[in-house]
Design a protein around this ligand. Structure first.
Ligand SMILES: [Zn+2]
Length: 500
C-alpha cells in the first residue's frame, strides 16, 4: 500500500497504528501547542453524531442545554477543598488582562461544578425550582504533562457536562443511575462497544463526589478505558455553595446534586476497538457517512450511463441514509476504495458499465470485505439489512473480545499473569491499602466494582451466563471469598485492569 494508507499492523505496533489511523483518516491534526489537537471536519462529524444521539436522550429525560463562561475565579474553584486539591495540579491560570495583572487568578475550567453551583444557588429558592437539570456542551482544560494521546488524553477536550439539583437524596441517586444507563445505551447500541457498569472505588472516584458510577471498556491491547462517568455529589457542593431550598415542610434544606460527562474519548475508543489494518471501521449508527457510492468507468463511452445510475442510486438512498456520491474525476476507483476504507465508511456501492446493463449494483462491506451483487429493485432492503448486520457484527466481535479477555481468579499469582491481557475479576477486601499495593506491584487499578442490586449491570455477558454470577468470582467458589491481596475476608468483587 502507498504511504497514504496505514503502514503498520494493528497487532504489531498498536500505539503507532492508532496514531497513523487518526491522522491519515483525517479525523484530526496536531495543534501548534503541545498536548492539544485539532479536530478536522471528518472527526468533528463523528462527534456531531455522538452529540446528536446523546442530546436527544438528554432532552427526552428532561434536561436543558445552557452556556457557561470558560473562566472560573480561584475563590470559587477552591470553595470545595477536596475538589480543588484534586484539580489543582492540572489547572491553567489566566493572570493578566492585557498588560494588567488581575487581582484574582482565573482558572480555565477543568470542569464546571463550582461555577455552575455558584449560579444555581441564585436560581433556587424553593422546592418549586427543583429539580434543575442542565447540560453544557463545551470543552474542559486540564494540563496533561506526562503523556498525551490524541482523543484519549489531551489538555483540552470536547465533552458535555450535566449538572442537576434535586430535593431529595433518592432523586439524586436515581438521576446518577439514569444518566449512566443512557450513556450505556449510547455506547453499546450506537458505538457498538460493550461496557461494564458499576462504582469507582473511593480512591478513583471524582474528587468531591459521594460516589462515582462508571462505564469501562476494554481496548485491544488489554488496557481499560473509562467511557463515561456519573457522579452523585450528595450535599458536598450544596453546603459550601449554599444551594438551599424551602421545602414543602416550610423548612430550609440543602439540595442534592449530580454531575456526569462523556467526551470525545469515545471516538478514540471507536478507533481502537473497531479499526483494522486498513484504517477506521465505523459502526453504521454513528458513521457520518454510512454509504459511499463509487462510479467505475473507463473512457467516455460508459461514463454518462454510469454517472446517471450513480445519481439515481444516491437519490434513492439519500432519504433514508447518510450517503455520499464520490464523483471526483481526478481519482481512480481504486484510489477511492482505499480512501473510504481508510475512513471506515461501513458500506460501499460500486456501479460499473456491466451493472448498468444488468440492472444491478455491487455492495462491499467494510467490516469483513465481503462483496455481493444485488438487483436494483432489492437495493433498499439489502442496504438496510446489511447496515444492521454490520452494526451487530461489530458489537458481537467487541463483546467476544471483552469476554475472552476478562479473567476470574482467586490467586495473586494468576492475577499478575492475567492482568497483562485484560480485566481481572477478583475479590477485594475494600481497603485502600490493598488497592494501592496492587497498583504499585502490577500497575493495575480497580476500574469498576460491578452493581449487585439492579438491572443496569445485567450486561449481555451476565445474561447469557458467559461470566460468573455477580456475587461470585468463580462458579462454586463461595467457600473462598478472601481478598486477592491480603487474604482477609472480602466484601466485594472488583474488576482490575491497567488503564489509559
Ligand atoms: Zn485486602
Amino acid at each position: 500500500m502507498n504511504d497514504l494508507g496505514v503502514t503498520v499492523k494493528k497487532d504489531e505496533d498498536f500505539a503507532e497504528w492508532y496514531i497513523q489511523v487518526v491522522l491519515k483518516s483525517n479525523l484530526l491534526d496536531y495543534a501548534p501547542i503541545k498536548g492539544f489537537i485539532v479536530l478536522k471536519p471528518y472527526g468533528y462529524a463523528i462527534w456531531e453524531r455522538i452529540r446528536e444521539v446523546a442530546d436527544k436522550r438528554f432532552k427526552e429525560s428532561g434536561h436543558q442545554n445552557a452556556f457557561l463562561p470558560t473562566l472560573i475565579p480561584e475563590s470559587l474553584l477552591s470553595k470545595e477543598a477536596e475538589h480543588f486539591e484534586g484539580f489543582k495540579p492540572e489547572v491553567f491560570w489566566v493572570t493578566h488582562a492585557g498588560n494588567d495583572e488581575l487581582g484574582e487568578r482565573l482558572a480555565l475550567r477543568p470542569t464546571s461544578e463550582t461555577l455552575a453551583y455558584e449560579i444555581f444557588s441564585r436560581w433556587i429558592r424553593s422546592y418549586r425550582d427543583l429539580p434543575l437539570k442542565i447540560n453544557f456542551w463545551n470543552t474542559a482544560l486540564r494540563a496533561e504533562i506526562k503523556s498525551t494521546k490524541p482523543l484519549i488524553r489531551t489538555s483540552e477536550f470536547l465533552w458535555q457536562e450535566g449538572h442537576t439539583v434535586h430535593a431529595s437524596k433518592e432523586e439524586a441517586e436515581d438521576e446518577a443511575r439514569l444518566m449512566l444507563s443512557i450513556y450505556k445505551e449510547i455506547i453499546e447500541e450506537y458505538l457498538a462497544i460493550p461496557v461494564i457498569a458499576g462504582y469507582k472505588s473511593d480512591k478513583e472516584k471524582f474528587v468531591g463526589a459521594d460516589y462515582t458510577l462508571t462505564l469501562e471498556a476494554l481496548m485491544p491491547d488489554g488496557r481499560a478505558l473509562q467511557m463515561g462517568t456519573s457522579h452523585n455529589l450528595g450535599q458536598n457542593f450544596s453546603r459550601p455553595f449554599n444551594i438551599k431550598f424551602l421545602g414543602k415542610d416550610g423548612k430550609e434544606h440543602y439540595a442534592w446534586q449530580t454531575s456526569w460527562g462523556i467526551s470525545w474519548r469515545l471516538i478514540g475508543a471507536l478507533v481502537m476497538i473497531h479499526g483494522d489494518d486498513k484504517g477506521l471501521v465505523l459502526p453504521p449508527r454513528i458513521a457520518p457517512i454510512q454509504i459511499v457510492v463509487v462510479p467505475i468507468f473507463y473512457g467516455d463511452d460508459s461514463k454518462h450511463s454510469v454517472i446517471d445510475k450513480c445519481k439515481n442510486v444516491y437519490a434513492l438512498l439519500r432519504d433514508r441514509f447518510r450517503v455520499h456520491l464520490d464523483d471526483r474525476e481526478e481519482y481512480t476507483p481504486g484510489y477511492k476504495f482505499n480512501d473510504w476504507e481508510l475512513k471506515g465508511v461501513p458500506l460501499r456501492v460500486e456501479i460499473g458499465p456491466r451493472d448498468v446493463k444488468q440492472g444491478k449494483v455491487v455492495l462491499a462491506r467494510r467490516d469483513d470485505s465481503r462483496k455481493v451483487s444485488v438487483g436494483d429493485e432489492e437495493l433498499l432492503d439489502a442496504v438496510t439489512n446489511m447496515l444492521e448486520d454490520i452494526q451487530h457484527s461489530l458489537y458481537r466481535r467487541a463483546y467476544e473480545f471483552l469476554k475472552s479477555h476478562t479473567f476470574s481468579t482467586l490467586t495473586y499469582d494468576e492475577f499478575k499473569e492475567h492482568i497483562e491481557h485484560g480485566f481481572v475479576r477478583a475479590y477485594w477486601c475494600g481497603s485502600q491499602e490493598c488497592e494501592l499495593r496492587i497498583k504499585e506491584e502490577t500497575g493495575a487499578d480497580i476500574r469498576v466494582i460491578p452493581f449487585t442490586d439492579d438491572s443496569i449491570n445485567d450486561t449481555d455477558m451476565l445474561k447469557e451466563g458467559g461470566m460468573m454470577k455477580k456475587e461470585q468470582v468463580r462458579d462454586g467458589d463461595e467457600g473462598d471469598t478472601r481478598c486477592i491481596y491480603c487474604r482477609r475476608s472480602a466484601g466485594k468483587i472488583a474488576y482490575f485492569a491497567k488503564a489509559y
